[in-house]
Design a protein around this ligand. Sequence first.
Ligand code: FAD
Length: 283
Amino acid sequence: MKISEILNKKEFIVSFEFFPPKKEENEHILFETIEKLKPFNPDFVSITYGAGGSTRDKTAYWTKLIKKDFDINVMMHLTCIAATKSDIDANLSMLEQEGIENILALRGDPPRDFPEDKIKKEFRYAYELVSFIKNRGDFSVGVAGYPEGHIESENLEKDIEHLKQKVDCGADFVVTQLFFDNTYFYDFLDRAAKYNINVPIIPGIMPITNINQVIKFTEMCGATVPETLIKEMIDKSEEDMFKIGVEYAIKQCIDLKKNGVRGLHFYTLNKSEATKLVLEGLL
Ligand code: FAD
């Protein structure tokens, strides 16, 4: 079912993000995670896509498998930076054939050592992919939004202008980058409203369960981690860090719900426990 239709019917949705395991021996972990999270009746789950196209087959494999074997509504991520129009067209044909109606349209970040000649330059930005998809078929298309601004962006105003461009090209909804301080998200909603971005904006949530994870993610996507959370976690056992992270995410989600968010999109990292506890904490 199209996510845009679900958002028209429901006030609040829940979704989970997974990545295709690189190694076959790790596939059972994702199977178990999906089994454990399915009882929460997600409105959809999404499967990431490597920017260089490296995960193309695996992303397609998991997208199809989750729809068929688990009977869960799916959204496939699709990146365009290293893709040709015919690559994208092939993906869209596959999705049509499988009856998969939801796509998260992204530019993507090629790996650091990615050869320059593999950047196809047929799409420079995600808005071009949104346009291409919308002109080509009947898909519900989501795009990425950045409450703290995209890491390459000149400033927050420019970033929101670029988000507006994606929405004007036909994006039906926005899923945000993870953030830990809700103030950034509420300010982002205000900026989006100022630019007449009227599609639903779903916050991306990642329960932090380990201090090393905090450092890694802050460097990768520029999300600010509150000092208080870092201080609380430092020098704690793995078990205590997990509990602190889950408690923090529960409070964060309660506050978001209280403020009327349209849903929660969990970055699960293919693990179920933290997401499960956060959702139980919200009941
Ligand atoms: P764009 O919207 O194209 O923006 C990229 C940069 O260009 C921004 O700084 C923007 O401000 C700027 N920009 C946009 N339009 C213009 C313009 N017209 N002129 C000048 N500048 C412009 N990556 C993956 O590789 N695979 C995934 O599966 C994946 N899933 C993600 C899921 C979510 C929910 C999010 C939030 C991110 C995901 N990413 C994924 C990461 C994403 O690919 C990167 O953040 C990437 O750097 C930007 O992608 P985008 O689609 O936001 O790009």
